[in-house]
Write a protein that binds this ligand. Structure first.
Ligand SMILES: Nc1ncnc2c1ncn2[C@@H]1O[C@H](COP(=O)(O)OP(=O)(O)OP(=O)(O)O)[C@@H](O)[C@H]1O
Length: 318
């Protein structure tokens, strides 16, 4: 493999829908390093699945280029496939055979002997907590177990890069945390992982670096902290009073560290530069000075959500 696990240059995919062009991916330049846990984050319809489809050779780019594991996705598609593992959004387990057999067949497909394939399958099933259900059909295990089995199957041939498309979209919160833990362990052991997600929290929890995409373009790319800093993400403090907050908002807007303050009925909303230590107490005092009693107060730390808001001027739609 070259130094970069993935490199795309001016990657485009244009579909035609109802006679009109849909620019699903609109000039994507990306680089993913070996060993990275990389996230493609964006709201529904942003172009994440189409990007993943092109990187995994399932979708042919309209123009531009992409190299995955050192191979061109169009000219060397077979080589790319040998070096990647893919976990799709939809369940693609063979429902007629057991989880173990699903994995074994994949190993055989990639040229392993029967013994080698069974050994590797059992090793993975044990590592992913599936040994006890190895003999079951996919229909007879939980959604989380089924997804974990798909990850195991994708790892059978020891791929350089593991791709996951919205891996936790349809599983319950506990199974989601469990899968996060396993993916973290895999990455810590050196596995390069690329996932798409529309969950801000998932990207924040797992990824070393993130590309925030919308309308087929990369809005920003970097570490979570770097994105928050460059997008000017703010701490948002809301203090709810028993009376209208207008007068308090006027005073609050002049306090140190406050970028802007607004009254929303009885709520005072203050956008502050992080860290906003001590500001909440000051805001409560301002309210008290105006004879307002506090009903509630909440501090929202800088997040990818506030960064997205600043980048696009729109709220993030999950
Ligand atoms: N086969 C297709 N034909 C026409 N338009 C398509 C096709 N596939 C996707 N699109 C459109 O391309 C855009 C990007 O879709 P894509 O599925 O890549 O986004 P996404 O970020 O993965 O969204 P989701 O999270 O909903 O899967 C959307 O506007 C979608 O409607």
């Amino acid at each position: 493999m070259t130094d970069a696990a993935i490199r795309t240059t001016g990657l485009h995919k244009t579909y035609t829908s109802g006679g009109r062009p849909v620019h699903a991916v609109d000039g994507l330049d990306l680089e993913v390093r070996q060993g990275e846990f990389f996230g493609l984050l964006g709201p529904n319809g942003a172009g994440k699945s189409t990007t993943l489809g092109m990187l995994t050779t399932r979708i042919v780019p309209t123009r531009g280029s992409a190299e995955v594991a050192g191979f061109d996705v169009t000219a060397q598609a077979v080589d790319v496939r040998r070096h990647i593992g893919v976990v799709t959004q939809a369940n693609t387990m063979d429902r007629a055979v057991s989880l173990l057999e699903n994995l074994e067949f994949r190993g055989r497909f990639f040229g392993m002997s029967t013994k080698e394939s069974r050994g590797r399958a059992m090793e993975l099933l044990e590592r992913f907590g599936l040994a006890e259900v190895a003999g079951r059909l996919d229909d007879h295990v939980s959604g989380g177990q089924s997804k974990r089995a798909m990850v195991c199957r994708a790892l059978m041939h020891r791929p350089d890069i593991l791709f996951l498309d919205e891996p936790t979209a349809a599983i319950d919160p506990q199974a989601r945390r469990n899968l996060w833990e396993l993916l973290r362990e895999l990455n810590a052991a050196g596995q390069t992982i690329v996932l798409t997600t529309h969950y801000l929290e998932e990207a924040e929890e797992l990824c070393d670096r993130i590309a925030v995409v919308d309308h087929g373009k990369v809005l920003t790319c970097g570490t979570v902290d770097g994105i928050k800093a460059s997008a000017g993400a703010e701490t948002v403090i809301t203090v709810s009073f028993d009376e209208p907050a207008d007068a308090a908002a006027q005073i609050a807007g002049k306090l140190d560290g406050v970028q802007r303050a607004e009254a929303d009925g009885r709520d005072l909303r203050v956008h502050a530069t992080a860290p906003a230590d001590g500001l909440l107490g000051e805001l409560i005092s301002v309210g008290r000075d105006h004879g307002l009693s506090v009903r509630n107060a909440a501090t929202l730390p800088p997040s990818l959500e506030t960064a997205f808001l600043n980048l696009t001027g729109r709220e993030y739609r999950e």
